[in-house]
Design a protein around this ligand. Structure first.
Ligand SMILES: [Fe+2]
Length: 916
């Protein structure tokens, strides 16, 4: 932990001394080492520096430093330099009453702004302390009034005096004497010959009463560890040590400690045995690590961490928390979820049963008319302890409506069509499981001694019925057959899943035929049960032409969609983006200094991820949480996620081109931009994704080439970088640490691939599998999250009822109104962009001074311009009538990889990071 070092050369400035920033006031005055410079009369202060005028009047004409910080010839020997620091603080938009009182008390005690002390630290070493030279510690004072569109941004100033041989300041030590934390946006130091020196912060500064350590804010000059100026070396180290913590104690809200823990906080065995969940750790149930909170173990299970329930927050390092504007949106979303969750609950409470939809028009009414609450439900409101605002809504009988999801907004019946079912495997919310069929017969990799014969029931004849005279071998050779295979991932869990109330699932395989026009059609579905459940363990379905076969086919497709929804949510969305990113982020903060160029590159791609993951552990993926309630696997959901991690996840395959090759959806082709050629030209996710991947890779290449010298050891000798990569493997993904597929990190090319993979995962990949949740899943029949019944067979008692009313049989197999509306609310929230979203290639105003390197800024502008071009290319593709998976009657365009978006559930927009 960093602690303040003694000031050696100057006495502290007198608090409240006015600033003098222009030459006449400095002329003739001298302040040598260990001499205090007296304050000047207020009337001499002329230069007022605001953020709009930061380069004006900042350098005293008679006091100049050379480019390396050494006095230039123009500097009279011994001449002190007076500098001004402009400190930008962001105030809370909505302060609670108690906070307002505290602030007023602080103002009274310390004067406005004066509860913050700052001290400059030079790049150069003080020969006495052997540490960076330090200025006096000055109190931040005086508010600079300026017209602003953001009334909650305020600027303060601090005036400091440094000796002429001070050198260039590379860090600022900040002490917050206020009783509450302060959000420091930036400090700009004026007065040195280099011009303004920027210290981007965007960080919460803890109160001294919570933690006496000073905070270290580095300038925006990036340094590899070996390039660190002598005066900053110890601070660089101290800051990282404080971020790592000591692995002990329960974390406090104000901490900024990044450490690892296993997923052992999902269950609540103290509350109920039924809510106990296994710890996801070790050989049997491996999983990436999450952020350590240090909460005590449960009473019932010493290996499980005790829960912390809403509204109390789960610890994340202070700067990982949502900013207020995002908080508002997520809260609104949570509120909405509660609301929509509650309505069916109330229906249940009043009617005593949770109803299925009686007809499709009842589902339509959710969007058309919404739900009007009855006065009698005030009773229920009390029962469920509704917040006041909800009670008010109930009083005014405001209907609760959802927007029409895009899957039904253009064509109400498209979801019933085989073409749409297939199209969504290439351009829906889960376009990452489809594979080219490369071998026949299809064989399971599961242990035959446990799961029986590994051969699929899909025979050659069944497929060849659809091939117009072609053999299966010929179709495979011509890349005409594709498969969506959820057999091996689900079969080991089916027996347990089907023992849950209202859950009936199969392990499924679906074969698609490429029609030759670019579109696919499903030709056969195999649904399997474990042999111990039923002698009919493998059933094969085709679409047929008679009414009965067609309805059965629809039910089979619904089961496939349900499996697809579960694998999408638990594996492709949660595990492979949210959960796998978290260890990269933890390791980055623990081992890459904020002055490390790679930290600066990754920083925008790490925003909010730890916070949204913590919220998910609290409310979504926890035992009894919404994911368990809504999706087929129920209480086994996270065990399936762990099984997928164990058998499928590998870092090197998270690179888009590698993933496409692995699935057979592309072949290597050195002539193509990414070195691969798509097997299906009209594969919107892959086609657009490769553009974003490629642009990201080019940007990373420019960046890495700039910062790493062209010699063989520049990457391998970067101690911080190597420690970061090593810890990702050993502590972040410990069960996978010995896998041979981890890329080496020896060369610049290695580094570029690793970084591009992470940045793609956080941006394009997450966007592709996240923001389509409501557009595709908001209409429940298109993606039922679970099924309640197996498909009726001829000898079932249910079969007669099915023949009599197939629509009813279909609807009663789907989730109930409660579950459907619950999931709609959650998917709507999870598909929503916050108003403060930061999109790929954009630089928010608050980070405009993130880097002082003009060449990098130019490269970033190039990246940004390329992403704009890509947006135009995608829009053009979406108008190309030859591309059947993007255009056509009632077909929604593929917009999930369009970079820009407005706020809300827009079905487009690629944020920098995983924040929802
Ligand atoms: Fe997400």
């Amino acid at each position: 932990m960093f602690t303040a070092r003694p000031i050696t050369f100057l006495k502290p400035c007198r608090a409240g001394s006015p600033a003098a920033l222009i030459a006449p006031q400095l002329g003739g005055r001298r302040a040598g080492r260990r001499r205090e410079v007296r304050g000047r009369p207020a009337s001499t202060v002329r230069a007022v520096i605001s953020s709009d005028d930061r380069s004006v009047g900042t350098v005293p004409s008679q006091v100049k430093l050379g480019s390396a910080g050494a006095p230039s010839q123009a500097v009279p020997e011994g001449q002190a330099i007076e500098v001004r620091a402009v400190v930008t603080i962001r105030k809370k938009m909505k302060e609670k009453l108690m906070e307002r009182i505290e602030e007023q008390w602080d103002s009274f005690i310390h004067g406005i702004g004066q509860g913050i002390l700052i001290q400059l630290v030079s790049d150069e070493v003080d020969s006495e302390t052997k540490s960076g030279k330090r200025s006096t510690e000055a109190a931040v004072m005086g508010w600079l009034p300026r017209p602003t569109e953001q009334p909650y941004i305020v600027e303060y100033t601090a005036d400091l005096t440094v000796p002429p041989d001070f050198g260039r300041p590379g860090a600022i030590l900040v002490t917050n004497v206020h009783s509450k934390e302060v959000f420091l946006t930036e400090i700009v130091v004026h007065g040195f010959s280099q011009g303004p020196i920027f210290f981007p912060a965007n960080t919460w500064i803890h109160s001294q009463k919570d933690n006496p350590s000073k905070r270290i804010i580095f300038s925006n000059q990036a340094y590899l560890p070996s390039q660190t100026p002598e005066g900053l070396k110890d601070l660089r180290q101290d800051d990282l040590i404080s971020l790592r913590g000591d692995g002990k104690h329960e974390r406090k809200k104000y901490d900024r400690i990044y450490d690892y823990a296993p997923y052992n906080d999902l269950g609540n065995p103290d509350k109920s045995e039924d809510l106990a969940r296994p710890v996801l750790e070790g050989e049997e149930r491996p999983y990436p690590r999450r952020c350590r909170t240090g909460r005590p173990p449960t009473k019932s299970d010493p290996f499980s961490e005790s829960r912390i329930e809403k509204p109390h927050p789960v610890y994340v390092p202070r700067d990982e928390g949502f900013e207020e504007i995002k908080e508002g949106t997520f809260s609104a979303g949570k509120f909405k979820a509660l609301l929509h969750n509650l309505i069916p609950l109330m229906v249940t409470a009043l009617s005593g049963s949770d109803n299925h939809f009686a007809c499709f028009s009842e589902i339509d009414n959710l969007y058309k008319e919404g739900v009007i609450l009855n006065p009698s439900e005030h009773q229920a409101a009390k029962k469920f302890m509704l917040p006041g605002i909800l009670k008010n809504m109930m009083k005014i009988r405001e209907p609760l409506k959802y927007d029409l999801p895009s899957i039904v907004s253009r064509d109400k019946f498209s979801w019933l069509h085989d073409s749409e079912f297939a199209r969504q495997a290439l351009a829906g919310v889960n376009p990452v499981n489809i594979e080219r069929l490369r071998e026949f017969p299809i064989v399971s990799k599961l242990d035959p001694t446990i799961y029986g014969s590994p051969e699929s029931a899909i025979t050659k004849d069944v497929i060849e019925n659809e091939l117009n005279g072609m053999t299966v071998e010929e179709a495979i050779k011509q890349n005409r057959l594709f498969i969506l295979d959820y057999h091996d991932i689900l079969l080991p869990f089916i027996k347990r899943m089907n023992s849950l109330k209202d859950r009936k699932a199969y392990a499924s395989r679906t074969i698609f035929l490429s029609t030759g026009t670019g579109s696919l059609k499903p030709i056969v579905i195999e649904l399997s049960l474990p042999s111990s459940i039923s002698p009919r363990r493998k059933r094969v379905y085709t679409h047929g032409h008679d009414a009965t076969t067609l309805w059965i086919w629809r039910l089979a497709k619904a089961h496939v969609c349900s499996n697809d929804a579960g694998v999408h949510q638990l594996v492709n969305h949660w595990l492979k983006t949210h959960a796998c990113m978290e260890p990269y982020i933890i390791a980055a903060h623990r081992h890459l200094s904020s002055m490390h160029p790679i930290f600066k590159l990754l920083h925008p791609h790490m925003r909010y991820t730890m916070e949204i993951n913590a919220l998910a552990r609290q409310s979504l993926i926890n035992g009894g949480g919404i994911i368990e309630e809504c999706f087929s696997p129920g209480k086994y959901a996270m065990e399936i996620s762990s099984a997928a991690y164990k058998s499928l996840w590998r870092f090197d395959m998270e690179a888009l081109p590698a993933d496409l090759i692995r699935r057979g959806m592309a072949v290597e082709d050195a002539a193509m931009p990414c070195g691969i050629k798509l097997v299906l030209e009209d594969y919107p996710y892959a086609d657009d994704g490769l553009l974003v991947w490629s642009a990201t890779k080019d940007w990373v290449h420019d960046y890495v080439t700039h910062f790493y010298p062209d010699h063989p050891n520049s990457v391998s000798s970067d101690v911080e970088l190597q420690a970061w990569w090593d810890e990702i493997k050993t502590k972040g993904h410990p069960e996978k640490r010995n896998e041979p597929w981890w890329p080496n990190l020896e060369t610049r090319e290695d580094l570029e691939t690793i970084l591009t993979t992470m940045m793609w995962t956080a941006s394009g990949q997450h966007a592709a599998v996240n923001f389509g949740q409501y557009p595709f899943g908001g209409y429940m029949p298109n993606r039922p999250a679970h099924m309640k019944k197996l498909i009726p067979e001829e000898d079932d008692p249910e079969y007669e009822k099915f023949l009599e009313n197939p629509q009813k049989a279909f609807l009663t197999s789907l989730p109930t109104q409660l579950r459907a509306t619950q999931l709609m609310a959650v998917q709507d929230t999870l598909s929503t962009h916050s108003p403060d979203e930061e999109y790929l290639g954009e630089l928010p105003q608050s980070h405009s001074n993130w880097m002082n390197d003009q060449r990098i800024r130019t490269s970033f502008e190039k990246f940004s311009a390329r992403l704009e071009e890509i947006e135009d290319i995608i829009k053009k593709r979406n108008r190309d009538l030859r591309l059947k998976n993007r255009t056509g009657a009632g077909v929604p365009p593929y917009e999930l990889l369009l970079r820009s978006s407005g706020p809300g559930a827009t079905g487009r927009g690629v944020p920098n990071s995983i924040s929802i």
